[in-house]
Ligand binder design. Structure first.
Ligand code: KIV
Length: 266
């Protein structure tokens, strides 16, 4: 999938797979894979840097990783759809600042941006969309609001919270998003929102009723490393085991002087 129109057209068709990745080497694997599209998420702050929150990701940092991912995905015309995150508070500095952030991310290789939340910045989303910048929404658990939410918790559990989430979903669609990420939402509620919206809904911890799924590449490969693995993460390949074995083998070969051989020397 190479474009926003292709993404939109998948509503009600085949599910969309999206992977959150930040580096050139990850992007090279993704380029060879059937995965539909790539998100350069601000989760890079937690996954790459070990921060407790995503707050340290700035537009410049996300832009740098977007450029690395774009290079890894190959020539511009061949690239899968790249969505880059608007990081912490970047949608709250007014229209001109949002335009600057969008320009930075799109000049770095993104085709679209993703913005958490909607209340108080629906005008920013609409302004970007009207300026030709495709925007993906993100509702449910929005990590940039972790303190307001009292932690990384499932959202929309009771009737009032579910109704509120549906209201936000309608508002963000009204603002013009081409897709929506729903994070940590009960499966039934996510399926209802997916059925109501005209744009594709991509779930993470939101059940199988969405139009697609997104996971962080390090998580789906078992490289996440953190002490707490969320319930929604499935390890699709045990790459962590391969890494541990590789490091042990390098250490052993160095210790016994079997590496490097003559062929590996000059
Ligand atoms: O930052 C990120 O990687 C994300 C996904 C987990 C949806 O927002």
């Amino acid at each position: 999938m190479k474009s926003v129109p292709e993404f939109r057209a998948r509503k009600g068709q085949a599910p969309i797979s999206m992977v959150s990745a930040y580096t050139h080497w990850e992007a090279r694997f993704l380029a060879e894979s059937p995965v539909d599209c790539v998100l350069v998420g601000d989760s890079l702050a937690t996954v790459l840097d070990g921060d407790a929150t995503t707050f340290s990701a700035t537009p410049e940092i996300v832009a740098r990783h977007t450029a690395a991912v774009a290079r890894g995905l190959g020539e511009p015309a061949q690239r899968k759809l790249i969505v880059a995150d608007f990081p912490f508070l970047a949608a709250r500095r007014g229209l001109a600042a949002a335009i600057d952030t969008a320009a930075l991310l799109l000049r770095s290789g993104a085709h679209a941006v993703k913005i958490e939340g909607v209340d108080g910045h629906a005008d920013v989303i609409a302004h970007l969309v009207q300026s030709g910048v495709p925007v993906m929404g993100h509702l449910g658990l929005t990590p940039q609001s972790v303190h307001a939410m009292g932690g990384y918790k499932v959202q929309g559990r009771d009737a009032a919270a579910a109704a509120e989430l549906k209201r936000q979903a309608r508002a963000v669609e009204q603002a013009g998003v081409f897709g929506l990420v729903l994070e940590c939402v009960p499966a039934g509620l996510a399926a209802e929102i997916t059925a109501e919206l005209k744009v594709p809904v991509i779930g993470i911890g939101a059940g199988a009723g969405c139009d697609g799924q997104v996971l962080v590449m390090a998580d789906l490969l078992g490289l996440g490393g953190g002490a707490h693995r969320p319930r929604f993460v499935r390890e699709f390949a045990p790459a962590g085991e391969a890494v541990r074995a590789g490091l042990a083998a390098f250490h052993a070969a160095t210790a016994e002087r079997s590496f490097p051989t003559a062929k590996e020397s000059y």
